[in-house]
Ligand binder design. Structure first.
Ligand SMILES: [Zn+2]
Ligand SMILES: [Zn+2]
Ligand SMILES: [Zn+2]
Ligand SMILES: [Zn+2]
Ligand SMILES: [Zn+2]
Length: 338
């Protein structure tokens, strides 16, 4: 989308502010706690010597050595931090950030500045790696809030997510949950952001998305559309696969036991059977026979919820000749045979 030059200018000034505020915020903290504990040990050592407790004095001295070493390390770290802070390049002028933002419009088809949410987004072209279509990605750079240790953070959002068969959170061999595994590009990306070189940043990330490193993918491209059946270890493709309704294990068609009643698939461990007909029937579809309590599928129970065995038995019992219930056609009303 074409951005008005006013919007671009405002964003450039926000970026510039962001970089300068974080630059001036380097905290200088002296290791006071360790300093005080050294002082305390020195006093203890002196006291021990005055009283002639030489063994105690020697023990305190060893503690003091460790403590002084610790103090030295902290001072050296502080010195390095101060040195690297002053060595950092000065914040780029707004003009340079502005020109970078304009160049983004030329470089990428999709481009957006959101002043309210303080984000700059570009959309890559559609990406296909080794024949696997992954769709286009939005690279969204966000100006971090003041407490953050880096001035920006960014996410990579699939525009037409094509996750592999094994993991819905992965949208690219090097992108998981919208975060990129930067690999070797980590340092150049960090540096571009710290120095406010926005065009370089977006170009680096989009190049990263167009590259496949078979050494360290979240999911390898070769496994994108297929995975193993958890039961027989056969390779299943996304179209063929089913999952166990209970434990969600991946299954091939042959290994899926489907319930006679609800048709859901189950793995071997989660499958249950009707005790009467022995067909696969899932736990939630099984019902008990009201009389013998056998677990049965709905096909095996009659409308009074009796299994065939109990049904026959009960019918035989009720069929026994009886004055009250016998048919009037076989027995005369007076009770005497005709
Ligand atoms: Zn299988
Ligand atoms: Zn299962
Ligand atoms: Zn069922
Ligand atoms: Zn049955
Ligand atoms: Zn029964």
């Amino acid at each position: 989308m074409q951005q008005s030059s006013k919007t671009v200018w405002r964003m450039a000034s926000l970026v510039e502010q962001q970089l300068s505020s974080l630059r001036s915020e380097t905290n200088i903290v002296l290791p006071e706690v360790d300093w005080l504990s050294c002082l305390r040990l020195i006093r203890m050592r002196q006291e021990a010597q005055e009283r002639g407790w030489f063994r105690a004095a020697a023990k305190v001295e060893r503690e003091l050595i460790t403590e002084v070493l610790q103090l030295t390390r902290q001072l050296v770290t502080l010195q390095q931090e101060l040195e690297s802070a002053t060595a950092q390049k000065p914040v780029p002028a707004i003009r340079i950030v502005y020109e970078d933002l304009l160049a983004l419009e030329e470089e990428f088809a999709g481009y957006d500045i959101d002043l309210k949410n303080k984000t700059i987004s570009v959309v890559t072209e559609s990406i296909v790696l080794e024949g696997v279509y992954l769709g286009a990605f939005e690279i969204r750079l966000e100006l971090a809030d003041q407490n953050s240790d880096s001035p920006f953070h960014y996410t990579v959002i699939a525009q037409d997510p094509q996750p592999p068969i094994t993991d819905d959170a992965v949208t690219h061999p090097h992108v998981q949950s919208d975060n990129v595994c930067e690999g070797d590009a980590r340092v150049p990306i960090r540096r571009a952001l710290e120095q406010g070189r926005l065009l370089d940043f977006f170009v680096l990330v989009s190049r990263l998305l167009r590259t496949y490193n078979p050494e360290s993918p979240y999911v390898a491209l070769s496994d994108w559309h297929s995975a193993e059946c958890s039961e027989c270890a056969d390779v299943v493709t996304s179209e063929e696969q089913t999952h166990c309704t209970n434990c969600e294990n991946r299954l091939c068609r042959q290994c899926a036991n489907s319930c006679v009643d609800c048709n859901s698939s189950f793995c071997h461990d989660c499958a249950t059977r009707c005790e009467i007909c022995r067909d696969d029937c899932c736990e939630s579809c099984l019902k008990e026979c009201v009389l013998c309590r056998s677990s049965s599928c709905s096909n095996c129970l009659d409308n009074e919820e009796r299994c065939p065995i109990c049904e026959t038995q009960e019918d035989e019992e009720t069929y026994e000749p009886d004055q009250e219930t016998t048919s009037p056609e076989t027995v005369s009303p007076a009770g005497t045979p005709l």
